[in-house]
Design a protein. Structure first.
Length: 217
């Protein structure tokens, strides 16, 4: 089914996050003009993306409505990570033994910084639009108060966006996704246990390849 293949690709793309210290939670809204996909979006209501970053460690949690929650923990100093999946197939965990380098080919990407502003969570945000040759369009509202290091939100944010997006829209042929920050702080408090790479006792260990097979549900 189209929506399940899309979800699998989405949650598997959330793992490569390394950043300066911050914590952010996005509410996700999805829409589609495709009748088949639109009929399935109900199960993705109340989806969220949460990111916690401290030094060279990060933890992301992608909750796809009531369907599944995936958590990805990255320790860049160790060059390792852990992916956890809690969903209809039970609780599964996969170790990431090597963090692949992010090599984005941006030769066909056009970035336009637009002289428009709006406030999100009290931060003045500027607008950036990215156009791809394949017809995709990404709209970002970013704050320049938080500068992103290379690799931060790399699967979502192009390096040409000069700040942390508090809202962004990804338009694809079948689905439009809008991420809007509902919580954000530049200061990270206690993180004990948040970046633990050990597999929880109630999770079954599988390989990364096995985890990816969720796309065939």
């Amino acid at each position: 089914m189209k929506i399940k293949t899309f979800i699998a690709a989405l949650f598997l793309s959330t793992g490569m996050l390394m950043a300066q210290d911050f914590s952010i939670k996005y509410a996700i809204k999805m829409s589609s003009s495709d009748p088949e996909v639109k009929a399935q979006l109900g199960m993705l209501q109340n989806s969220t993306l949460e990111v916690l970053a401290a030094g060279n460690k990060s933890r992301t949690a992608m909750s796809m409505g009531g369907l599944m929650t995936t958590t990805t923990i990255i320790d860049a100093d160790k060059g390792k990570g852990l992916m956890l999946l809690d969903g209809m197939m039970g609780r599964q965990a996969a170790k990431i033994d090597e963090i692949p380098a992010i090599e984005a080919d941006e030769s066909d990407i056009e970035i336009e910084l637009i002289d428009e502003t709006k406030k999100i969570l009290g931060y003045e945000c500027k607008k950036a639009v990215i156009y791809g040759e394949d017809g995709t369009e990404l709209i970002y509202w970013y704050t320049e108060k938080v500068k992103l290091k290379e690799g931060v939100l790399a699967q979502y944010v192009n390096n040409g966006v000069p700040g942390l997006p508090l809202q962004f829209v990804i338009q694809q042929p079948q689905i439009t996704m809008e991420f809007t920050a509902s919580e954000f702080t530049e200061k990270v408090g206690k993180t004990k246990g948040q970046f633990d790479l050990s597999i929880p006792k109630d999770y079954k260990e599988v390989s990364i390849d096995d985890m990816k097979n969720i796309g065939g549900m």
